[in-house]
Design a protein around this ligand. Structure first.
Ligand code: NAI
Length: 248
C-alpha cells in the first residue's frame, strides 16, 4: 500500500472503536493524524496510544462535530498545528435506538445532528483546504443500515442514508478539484457500540452474515486507509460495504 508520509488526516470520532483504529492505521502509513472526539479524555487517550506506536503522529482535539462554529474553529487550529489537511474521515456517529412509536424528537435530532450534520460541518470547514491539497480525500463512515434500514433505528438509518446521498453529491461537486469522496458502509463490527446489543440480537445478526462472524475494527480501517491512499485516486462517489456479505 502506498505511503501517507507528509499527509495530514482528520478523523472524527477517533477516541475509540472504529475511528481510533482508522487513526492508527493512517498513522502507521506515515500520516499526521488529528484525532477528534467529543471528550478530551477519550481522544487524548487514543492519541497517546497511537503516539506510543508511532511517535509524534497523533494530536487530540475535543470538539463536538454537531457544533458548526466549533468545527470551523477546529479547522483553523488544525491548519495552524499540523498544516494542510489532505484526508478527512467523518466517522463520528451515535445511536439512540427505539421503535418509531416511542422515538422522541430529541432522539431524532441528536442522531441527525451528529451523524449527518456533523459531516456537513466538517466538509464545509475543510473543503477550501482540501481543494488545494495533494491527493485530497473525504471518506464518510456510513452503515449497511443506511442501505437496508432496520426496525428500531429510523433515526440512525435516515442519518446514514443521508450521509450516502451527501457523499455522492460532494463527490460530484468537488470532482473538478480532484477531491474524491467515498463512503464505507460497515456491517456489524465488534465495538462498544455493538457491545450494547443483547446476546439474542447478536445471534440473530450473525445468522444473516454469510461470513458468519462480526467484523473487526481493522477490517474497516484497512479499506479507509486504501481509499485515503494515492492508489485510490480514480474511485469517487462509491459506497463500499464491508459487511461479511450481509448486503450482497
Ligand atoms: P463508538 O461509539 O465506539 O465510537 C464513536 C466515537 O465517536 C467516540 O469516540 C465518540 O466520542 C465519538 N463521537 C460521538 N459523537 C460525537 C460528536 N458529536 N462529536 C465528536 N465525536 C463524537 O462507535 P463505533 O462503533 O466505533 O462506530 C464508528 C462509526 O462507525 C459510527 O459512525 C458508526 O455509526 C459507524 N458504524 C459502526 C458499526 C458497528 O458495528 N460498530 C456498524 C456500522 C457503522
Amino acid at each position: 500500500m502506498s505511503s501517507l508520509i507528509n499527509k495530514v488526516a482528520v478523523v472524527t470520532g477517533g477516541g475509540r472503536g472504529i475511528g481510533q483504529e482508522i487513526a492508527r492505521s493512517l498513522a502507521a502509513q506515515g500520516a499526521k493524524v488529528a484525532v477528534v472526539s467529543r471528550s478530551a479524555s477519550s481522544c487524548g487517550k487514543a492519541a497517546d496510544e497511537i503516539n506510543a506506536a508511532f511517535p509524534g503522529s497523533a494530536t487530540a482535539y475535543a470538539v463536538d462535530v454537531a457544533d458548526h462554529a466549533a468545527v470551523q474553529e477546529l479547522a483553523k487550529t488544525i491548519g495552524e498545528d499540523l498544516g494542510t489537511v489532505n484526508i478527512l474521515v467523518n466517522n463520528a456517529g451515535i445511536t439512540r435506538d427505539g421503535l418509531l412509536m416511542r422515538m422522541k424528537e430529541e432522539d431524532w435530532d441528536t442522531v441527525l445532528d451528529t451523524n449527518l450534520k456533523g459531516a456537513f460541518n466538517t466538509v464545509k470547514a475543510f473543503m477550501r483546504v482540501l481543494m488545494k491539497a495533494e491527493d485530497p480525500r473525504i471518506i464518510n463512515i456510513a452503515s449497511v443500515i443506511g442501505l437496508i434500514g432496520n426496525a428500531g433505528q429510523a433515526n440512525y438509518s435516515a442519518s446514514k442514508a443521508g450521509l450516502i446521498g451527501f457523499t455522492k453529491a460532494v463527490a460530484r461537486e468537488l470532482a473538478g478539484r480532484k477531491v474524491t469522496c467515498n463512503a464505507v458502509a460497515p456491517g456489524f463490527i465488534t465495538t462498544d457500540m455493538t457491545d450494547e446489543l443483547s446476546d439474542a440480537i447478536k445471534e440473530a445478526v450473525v445468522a444473516k452474515i454469510p461470513l458468519g462472524v462480526f467484523g473487526e475494527t481493522k477490517d474497516i480501517a484497512e479499506v479507509v486507509t486504501f481509499l485515503a491512499s494515492p492508489a485510490a485516486r480514480y474511485i469517487t462517489g462509491q459506497v463500499i460495504a464491508v459487511d461479511g456479505g450481509m448486503t450482497m
